[in-house]
Design a binder for this molecule. Structure first.
Ligand code: GLC
Length: 564
């Protein structure tokens, strides 16, 4: 039976969704995102590194993850925390060396953990040799043709070529000074001015990245997370575009945005699919593509393209049963319909941690961040309670789930970072109007009473850690059976034991509209998103996101039930 027939069969049985066929590891994997700057710091300089990761991998094996994804650790001036790459095939000295990478990979594989690395193909750093060569070469030269250089508008070319606004704020164009000292052409950067966009219609750019893929695949990586996978191709003629006032700057809107989701990107992914297929084992390609619906996102994971795409429509759905029911249904229909697993994610290094986001007292659009003066402030106890319930739902869903470092500790967003410590380019480019993403990137706590909570031995930390994080330290939570860490360990162990990653999913009827109720094979999941208690159906409570007595499920609580 083809995957299309599978989808048709699933559609015929209301509320029941069968997983897409296939036994590749990434279809069901729980993948843990390591943000290397903030995970573990072996040399005490305040920035995490690869040997730090290697030394702490045991704790991830203990947690029960299948794979790790490392945010970029390649050579970079760190203008955007490593998402500005100056050399794609070497490790930045702040993170270690290629030998440290190999040691980390070997240790992870020894523990049965696969390793995915982050690849940033939309743009390089302005310190990349190619961009430096472009600056030193004349307009129209092959060196300039690797990036997007254009003449300016206006009499002297002193206006940008179009009206596009950078995701981080300000114009998407910067003007260069030509080698002879005269004001020159403009170059395009969707993000910071230190992150010039490549021209992906240039075959040389494509060939360079085939080489980068092979470099890491030859070293033994199990796949790639592909940064800004919806941005590589820009619409012909670069027409003016003004996004909606309340729009999502990363591209989650319905509009035909001339720099997001242009059809030409799919040729690039077909090409990369073939490169990955040259290697043995199941090497996985996962798209970071901010698109408005699962159906649109599924176009990135058609059979000859990428394998997974982050389910951002799920991440951005509020804590409300009706829209969650819709997005889960749409995801379980749309991705298997093209033969791909659905993925699930609640937090990452770009969004407000879900232990805060799910209980914000007001709106805070994606990328905006929160700080001490934000109108929207998180309610900590409510946020943690909802986060635990939300994770208990997410980790029961069939497909592959992503967990961001620290969420297994129930970490909230760090709100009170002093202005002087902030580092996100969004903070600077919006002239301090938007806080940006520093609050979800603070180094994580390992030991409550050690310097920097065990992040390193010196106490240095590139972003300050809130004192209240002592109670979230891994050593404290390890000893507490009620902790969020204990909950995640249980969720991952039972998810594996019951094969939930490849389970058939069925919605259950007969519950209030504020409840999510479904079966995944032999496990029944009930989540109460309403204000009143809900009577539980039959079954032994296998896992509960909060302790409670009796058979009435409290508000903002989720359980997994099994037959006695
Ligand atoms: C992606 C990354 C984000 C980065 C941006 C530019 O969205 O996740 O952290 O700033 O790309 O590379």
């Amino acid at each position: 039976m083809t995957s299309t027939q599978d989808a048709a069969t699933a559609a015929a049985a209301p509320g029941t969704f069968a997983p897409a066929p296939g036994d590749e590891w990434w279809r069901t994997a729980v993948i843990y995102q390591i943000y290397p700057r903030s995970f573990a710091d072996s040399d005490g300089d305040g920035i995490g590194d690869l040997p730090g990761i290697t030394a702490r991998l045991d704790s991830l094996a203990d947690l029960g993850v299948d794979a790790i994804w490392l945010s970029p650790f390649m050579v970079s001036p760190q203008k955007d925390a490593g998402y500005d790459v100056a050399d794609y095939c070497d490790v930045d000295p702040i993170f270690g060396t290629l030998a440290d990478f190999d040691a980390m990979l070997a240790r992870a594989h020894g523990l049965g953990i696969r390793v995915i690395v982050d690849l940033v193909p939309n743009h390089s750093s302005d310190q990349h040799t190619w961009f430096q060569q472009a600056l030193a070469s004349p307009p129209g030269s092959p060196e300039r043709a690797r990036y997007i250089f254009r003449d300016g508008r206006g009499e002297n070319g002193d206006l940008p070529p179009n009206n596009w606004e950078s995701v981080f704020g300000g114009p998407m164009w910067d003007r260069v000074t030509e080698p002879d000292g005269t004001p020159g052409q403009w170059y395009l950067h969707i993000f910071d001015s230190s992150q010039p966009d490549f021209d992906w219609t240039n075959p040389e750019v494509r060939e360079q990245f085939r080489g980068v893929l092979r470099f890491w695949l030859d070293r033994g990586v199990d796949g790639f997370r592909i940064d800004v996978a919806h941005g590589l191709i820009k619409k012909d003629g670069l027409p003016d575009y003004t996004p909606p006032a309340d729009g999502d700057s990363m591209g989650g809107d319905d509009d035909d945005v001339p720099y997001w989701g242009q059809p030409g990107v799919h040729d690039v992914w077909r090409d990369w699919h073939e490169v990955a297929a040259e290697y043995d084992g199941d090497r996985a390609l996962c798209a970071e593509a901010w698109l408005p619906t699962p159906d649109k996102t599924a176009l990135w994971v058609r059979p000859d393209e990428l394998h997974q795409a982050f389910n951002f429509p799920y991440l951005t759905t509020e804590w409300d049963a009706a829209p969650l029911r819709t997005i889960i249904t749409e995801s379980l229909r749309a991705f298997p319909a093209v033969g791909a697993p659905s993925t699930w994610v609640l937090s990452n290094h770009d969004v407000i941690r879900h232990a805060s986001r799910l209980a914000l007292s007001g709106e805070s659009p994606q990328g905006e961040g929160i700080g001490p003066l934000s109108a929207a402030q998180p309610i900590p106890e409510l946020g943690l309670r909802r986060a635990r319930a939300a994770s208990t739902v997410m980790l029961a869903l069939p497909g592959s789930a992503y967990v961001y470092q620290g969420e297994e500790l129930g970490l909230p967003e760090a709100v009170d970072i002093p202005d002087s410590a902030r580092q996100d380019p969004t903070w600077f480019r919006t002239k301090h109007e938007k806080y940006g993403r520093d609050g979800c990137r603070v180094p994580i706590p390992w030991e409550a009473s050690a310097p920097a909570f065990g992040f390193n031995a010196t106490g240095a930390s590139w972003l300050p850690q809130p004192a209240s994080w002592a109670e979230h330290a891994r050593d404290v939570e390890s000893r507490d059976p009620e902790s969020t860490l204990s909950l995640y360990r249980q969720l991952l162990a039972e998810r594996r034991a019951h094969g939930l990653g490849s389970a058939t999913f069925t919605w259950l009827d007969g519950f209030p509209a504020t409840v999510l109720a479904f079966r995944v094979d032999d496990v029944t999941v009930i989540a109460n998103l309403g204000d009143s208690v809900v009577a539980l159906p039959e079954g032994r409570i296998l896992i509960a996101s909060e302790g409670f007595t009796g058979r009435e499920l409290p508000a903002d609580t989720a359980v997994w039930l099994v037959a006695d």
